[in-house]
Design a binder for this molecule. Structure first.
Ligand code: TXA
Ligand code: MG
Length: 326
């Protein structure tokens, strides 16, 4: 049984008690729902991989209440401190070398010498972290390789019965995952575009290496960020990108004025606003995936979306959703 909790104080306390007993609790963050476990308990962390059906080599993000608490577990660089003061709490994850004293379970970091840390902005996430008093390891609360959840209903559809509880924290404001920035090497490297734009990161710390697919493949190959496997975030239906028209068997993921005659349309943003589109992206994919088959449609076509600002994260998720399945 999965308990459905809300944001009352007693619910948050109950959730923290469940975490302390080594159980899994899904909770809302500003990006997507997380599937939380006590980061310092290898057994609890192992349950995350089991519930998600996730390959064990894929490391998790550790969530902290404050930058100070996070930096007690890693060696921060000056750029990390600068970024933390500008963007935390918020949708940014930093990858830094673990301290030898770091008590986070090695399994959470998949045995890597680095740790991904983040201070989330969502009040429910913050209250849960405060009540629990220790870091929470949390990947997105979806089955491995499936679409990330931005509502409690998405989580329950994939994980009901596999987790102790979910705190319904409403729809996620940002709607795409945090930006993952690797600060453990010689130069900052963007591992995953996300809720904080590359442009704003570069305004804070200068040029950031990013996006070259060969580098990305290399990062994945060397397990620097194995979560960057090409096929990810996949709906059940095949997805076609940069569509300017639809075939009779296709449902449409629209961004602005849609082509005529689409049998079924989910509009990401009428006004072509990238922030709105990011917030609605996973909801749209979930909805089309569930609704298209009821109309005998067998594929999804997505309209082109610009690649600047949050468009970078949106295109990253869409291209992964469209990639050939492993
Ligand atoms: O917005 C988010 O980041 C959400 C919410 C719940 O915080 N979490 C999330 O976690 O998206 P997950 O596990 O779905 O994605 C974590 C990403 C993966 O691509 C993983 O490979 C990468 O971060 N990652 C984690 N630890 C890493 C490390 N030590 N080095 C490199 N990449 C790492
Ligand atoms: Mg994920």
């Amino acid at each position: 049984m999965t308990a459905l909790l809300h944001n009352a104080d007693r619910d948050i306390i109950r959730a923290a008690e469940m975490l302390a007993r080594g159980n899994l609790v899904a909770f809302g963050t500003e990006t997507v729902y997380g599937l939380g476990a006590d980061a310092q308990s290898p057994t609890a962390v192992a349950k995350i991989f089991e519930a998600k059906g996730r390959p064990h080599f894929n490391p998790l993000i550790c969530h902290y209440l404050t930058a100070e608490a996070a930096f007690a577990h890693v060696h921060p660089t000056p750029a990390a401190e600068q970024l933390a003061s500008t963007f935390w709490p918020g949708p940014l994850t930093l990858v830094l070398p673990r301290r030898v004293t770091c008590p986070v379970a090695l399994l959470a970091g998949a045995g890597l010498e680095t740790l991904a840390i983040r201070v989330p902005a969502h009040p429910v996430a913050q209250r849960l972290l405060a009540a629990f008093g220790r870091p929470i390891a949390a990947p997105s609360a979806n089955r491995s390789g499936r679409i990330s959840p931005t509502t409690a209903a998405h989580v329950l559809a994939q994980l009901e019965g596999r987790i102790a509880a979910i705190i319904d924290s409403g729809p996620c404001r940002v709607g795409v995952e945090s930006t993952v920035l690797d600060l453990s090497g010689d130069a900052p490297f963007l591992l995953r575009p996300g809720g904080v734009t590359l442009e704003s990161l570069e305004a804070a710390i200068g040029p950031i290496r990013h996006g070259i697919s060969a580098e990305r493949a290399e990062a994945s190959r060397t397990l620097r960020s194995p979560g960057l496997l090409i096929s990810h975030y996949a709906p059940s239906l095949p997805l076609r990108l940069n569509a300017t028209s639809t075939a009779p068997h296709e449902a449409l993921l629209a961004f602005g004025p849609p082509p005529k005659n689409a049998a079924l349309t989910y509009q990401l943003s009428d006004s072509q606003n990238l922030t709105e589109a990011a917030a609605r992206l996973f909801e749209g994919l979930h909805w089309l995936d569930a609704t298209a088959p009821t109309r005998h449609l067998t594929a999804i076509a997505a309209m082109p979306i610009p690649t600047h600002a949050l468009g970078r994260a949106i295109n990253d998720r869409l291209s992964r959703a469209a990639a050939p399945r492993a």
